[in-house]
Design a protein around this ligand. Structure first.
Ligand SMILES: Cc1cc2nc3c(=O)[nH]c(=O)nc-3n(C[C@H](O)[C@H](O)[C@H](O)COP(=O)(O)O)c2cc1C
Length: 222
C-alpha cells in the first residue's frame, strides 16, 4: 500500500469485527507513527493503549455519566458555538449521511441517541488509543499531535486495520485520567482512537464522506 492509497483508503470505521489485534501490530503502528514531525522534534504525544477490562471500565464510566446527566467537560473546545457557512452545511451533511447509512429517520431521536452513545462503546472496537498532551505545550504542539494521529491511522491502514478518531471520547477527561492514572495537572486529553478490523459488511462502513475540490481551497501566486 503506498501513501496515496493509504490516505485515500482510510475512512472513519464505526463497526468492527470481534477479532483481536495483537500487541505486536499495535507496536508496529506506533513504531511507524513516532517518525511524525514535530516542532523542534519535541514529540509531544503520549499514548495509552486501552483494551479489555480497562476499556470496559471507561465505557461504563462514560455511559454512567451520560445517564446521570453529567455535562461533558472536555479539556478544549473543538468547535465554535456559532456555526457559519461553509462549515455548517458540511457538518449537517456529514451527520445526515451517517444517519442515512444507519437507516435512522429524521424524527427518530432514540436511535440518534443510541448512535451517539456508540461512541462511548468505541463502536465495539477491541482497542482504543487515548492521546494526551502535556498541559505546558501550546497550540503548535497540538498540530504536531494531529500529524501524529494521522500517521497512526495510516500505519493502521497498512496493517489492514480500521480506525476512528473520536473527540466524543474526550467528553469526560477526568474519568479517563482517573481510570488510567494520568495526572490531571499535567496532561490534557486530546481524543480517543478506536482501532480494529473493520466489519466491511456493516452498513455504517459503506458510508463515504466527500471532499471539496483542490481549486476551492487553493490560491496560486507567481
Ligand atoms: C479529531 C477528530 C475527532 C473526531 N471525532 C469523532 C467522533 O467523536 N465520533 C465520530 O463518529 N467521528 C468522529 N470523527 C470522524 C469525522 O467525522 C470524519 O473524519 C469525517 O466525517 C470525515 O470522514 P472520514 O474520516 O470517513 O474520511 C472525528 C474526526 C477527527 C479528525
Amino acid at each position: 500500500m503506498n501513501t496515496t492509497e493509504a490516505i485515500r483508503d482510510r475512512i472513519s470505521t464505526r463497526a468492527y469485527l470481534d477479532k483481536a489485534v495483537s500487541n505486536e501490530t499495535i507496536i508496529k503502528i506506533l513504531d511507524t507513527a513516532r517518525w511524525s514531525p514535530s516542532g523542534t522534534n519535541t514529540q509531544p504525544w503520549k499514548v495509552a493503549v486501552v483494551q479489555g477490562k480497562t476499556k470496559q471500565a471507561i465505557t461504563d464510566a462514560f455511559l454512567n455519566a451520560n445517564k446521570n446527566g453529567i455535562k461533558p467537560n472536555p479539556d478544549y473546545e473543538y468547535y465554535p458555538t456559532e456555526w457559519v457557512e461553509p462549515y455548517k452545511d458540511r457538518r449537517f451533511k456529514c451527520g445526515m449521511d451517517l444517519y442515512k447509512a444507519l437507516e435512522i429517520g429524521r424524527e427518530d431521536k432514540e436511535k440518534r441517541v443510541e448512535a451517539a452513545l456508540a461512541n462511548y462503546r468505541f463502536f465495539d472496537a477491541p482497542v482504543t488509543l487515548f492521546f494526551f498532551i502535556d498541559k505546558i505545550m501550546c497550540k503548535g504542539s497540538w498540530f504536531d499531535m494531529g500529524m501524529f494521529l494521522q500517521s497512526v491511522m495510516l500505519a493502521a491502514r497498512e496493517q489492514g486495520l480500521g480506525s476512528c478518531p473520536q473527540a466524543s471520547t474526550s467528553d469526560y477527561p477526568d474519568l479517563v485520567r482517573e481510570i488510567l492514572g494520568v495526572s490531571a495537572d499535567q496532561f490534557s486529553l486530546i481524543c480517543g482512537l478506536s482501532l480494529g478490523y473493520a466489519d466491511e459488511d456493516h452498513p455504517v462502513n459503506q458510508y463515504r464522506t466527500s471532499r471539496e475540490e483542490v481549486d476551492s481551497f487553493t490560491t496560486w501566486f507567481e
